[in-house]
Design a protein around this ligand. Structure first.
Ligand code: FAD
Length: 384
């Protein structure tokens, strides 16, 4: 490794670009190379599920070109370059036949969508949307179509359902759970969101799964385990994400549900760090924006030479279902307590309290959603 080897950041999603931006606030000189498998266009991923509501297509959601990001951040960008390995003993990143030396390496390479293996010849109509390029392909394929089936009733499935209805598409949502957003929202809040989505015209098929997807007429027919069929022009698969850990595991880094790092974002290997959707930070896998921003700020200082640990505050998640504004701050997995629920129609205030009455988490919908800021102040931070 030469003394001049650059800091190398893999990934130009919100994690990679936020880190580069924070690092440049600390250090304008050290060479930085950013490597990405995609086109490097800067965009805000949460906005992908608001395209129709905001009247924006993929180009409208793009925030800055690769060239302007390279110039703004003073970095070299290698686009359409897929990392295939890490040789940490040599301090080199492997990109197929090429090797790239690093002084410090940051893995910000995100999470993979989970793909279900479903019978039938209609797979070419199934889209997963996890980046701007996916979204562009989906919007192009949707031209001329009016009916979308969504597999999955999690946050992403529900947000796309609301957005597509705002674009006047017919929407069917199919999921094995008996409520929407299981594991994220307490049941009364989930029921409120489902009710308002139904009022908007979304059709739910819960407690069942898609058995087959076959071409049918101009579109596809989905055969559900319940015996029902759903006809659609396109299918969105929104059944979950899995942190990308495989290359890290092969390189000998410790991995669990994500690439394991401590609060200084250090992996088990010297000079290799991770943040964002690929990382398991101090035992937490949090596939959201606020945690990655906190990590980017801490890691920028560490890369500059001032080792800094991330401190997670209270990080509520805003769910972009405008038909039923919703915010949630889930209680820690191991928290002891009970939900206290107050509701007025589809406006729900659910507070998770421990035996001493302390609020450890909350979910608010409808007219109570405006209380999210004040409630967030009452919930203890994740890192106290
Ligand atoms: P990504 O954005 O996935 O970036 C990964 C980067 O790594 C990409 O540039 C990719 O090309 C590159 N890469 C991957 N593998 C390789 C390789 N082998 N070699 C080279 N490059 C590679 N969070 C919220 O907090 N609030 C919300 O409202 C919200 N809404 C969302 C709505 C949708 C539709 C989705 C999909 C997510 C939403 N999220 C939301 C989650 C949030 O957007 C993500 O947590 C965040 O964007 C992850 O950023 P990242 O940079 O870690 O990963």
């Amino acid at each position: 490794m030469s003394e001049q080897a650059p800091v190398v950041i893999v990934g130009t999603g919100l994690s990679g670009y936020s880190l580069a931006r924070e690092f440049r606030k600390q250090d304008k000189e050290t060479p930085v190379i950013m490597v990405t498998a995609d086109d490097g266009v800067s965009y805000s991923k949460p906005m992908l599920s608001t395209g129709f509501t905001k009247g924006k297509d993929a180009d409208g959601l793009a925030q800055a070109s690769t060239e302007s990001m390279a110039e703004q951040l003073g970095v070299q960008l290698k686009t359409y370059s897929t990392v295939t390995g890490i040789d940490h003993a040599a301090h080199e990143l492997i990109l197929g036949d090429e090797r790239l030396a690093y002084s410090k390496l940051v893995l910000a390479w995100g999470a993979d969508v989970i793909r279900l293996s479903i019978e039938g010849d209609g797979q070419d109509r199934v889209f997963s949307i996890n980046d701007l390029m996916d979204y562009r392909a989906f919007r192009q394929a949707l031209e001329g179509g009016r009916r979308v089936a969504i597999m999955g009733a999690g946050l992403i499935g529900c947000e796309f359902a609301n957005d597509l209805r705002n674009g006047d598409y017919e929407v069917d949502v199919i999921a094995p759970s008996d409520v929407v957003m299981p594991g994220l929202l307490p049941e009364p809040a989930a029921n409120a969101v489902q009710k308002e989505l139904e009022n908007l015209g979304v059709r739910f098929h819960l407690e069942t799964v898609v058995d087959r997807i076959d071409h049918h007429g101009e579109g596809v027919r989905l055969a559900l385990a319940s015996g029902e069929t759903v006809d659609a022009d396109l299918v969105i698969s929104a059944v979950g994400l899995r942190p990308r850990i495989e290359l890290a595991r092969q390189a000998g880094l410790d991995v669990g549900r994500g690439i394991q790092v401590n609060r200084a974002l250090e992996t088990s290997v010297p000079d290799v760090y991770a943040l964002g959707d690929c990382a398991e930070v101090d035992g937490h896998v949090l596939l959201y924006v606020l945690p990655l921003m906190a990590c980017a700020r801490a890691l920028a200082k560490t890369l500059k030479g001032e080792r800094t640990e991330v401190r997670y505050g209270t990080m509520p998640v805003m769910i972009k279902t405008p038909c039923c504004p919703t915010a949630v701050c889930p209680p820690p997995d191991d928290a002891d307590g009970d939900w206290e629920v107050e509701s007025d129609g589809t406006s729900v205030r659910a507070l998770f309290k421990n035996a001493s009455g302390e609020i450890l988490g909350f979910a608010v919908t409808g007219q109570f959603a405006i209380e999210k800021q004040s409630l967030a102040k009452e919930v203890p931070p994740l890192h106290g």
